[in-house]
Design a protein around this ligand. Structure first.
Ligand code: ZN
Length: 135
């Protein structure tokens, strides 16, 4: 079984976990979008938010190379943590994969990359996480 790491942020669109879309909330009054769940608009405070599917393409806004990972980090170290700007406006933080450190450039085009990681304590289950890779 594959499940989204957080179904308020990432909706899987097939059973294999290879396809999915990022989710956000959009304010119908001022048009501001955010990534993930929200209960009111951060711009105009309206509670009338609607869920939207966000773009799977973005541009690298900023990045850092992480040499001391958070506890429980399952991947290789060092790794690249990227802040990616989507066309709808939200910034999404996630690991940047498949890119040599020397090739990283602010402003480069990136696209969503889904990866599966083993879930703690559940042998047959995998968790799908979202990352970025060069477009
Ligand atoms: Zn608003």
């Amino acid at each position: 079984m594959v499940v989204s790491v957080d179904d308020r942020c990432l909706r899987l669109t097939d059973d294999s976990g290879e396809r999915g879309v990022l989710l956000g909330m959009r304010c119908p009054h001022c048009g501001v979008c955010v990534f993930g769940p929200a209960t009111f608009c951060q711009s105009c405070t309206s509670p009338d938010l609607e869920e939207i599917e966000l773009s799977s393409e973005g541009t690298l806004y900023s990045y850092t190379i992480v040499r001391v990972p958070p506890p429980g980090w399952p991947g290789p170290v060092p790794y690249v943590l990227g802040e990616v700007e989507l066309s709808e406006g939200p910034h999404v933080l996630a690991e940047v994969v498949d890119c040599a450190h020397d090739d990283l450039k602010v402003g480069m085009a990136v696209s969503l990359a889904l990866r599966t990681v083993a879930m703690d304590g559940a042998e047959d289950s995998e968790r799908v996480v979202y990352k970025w890779r060069p477009a």
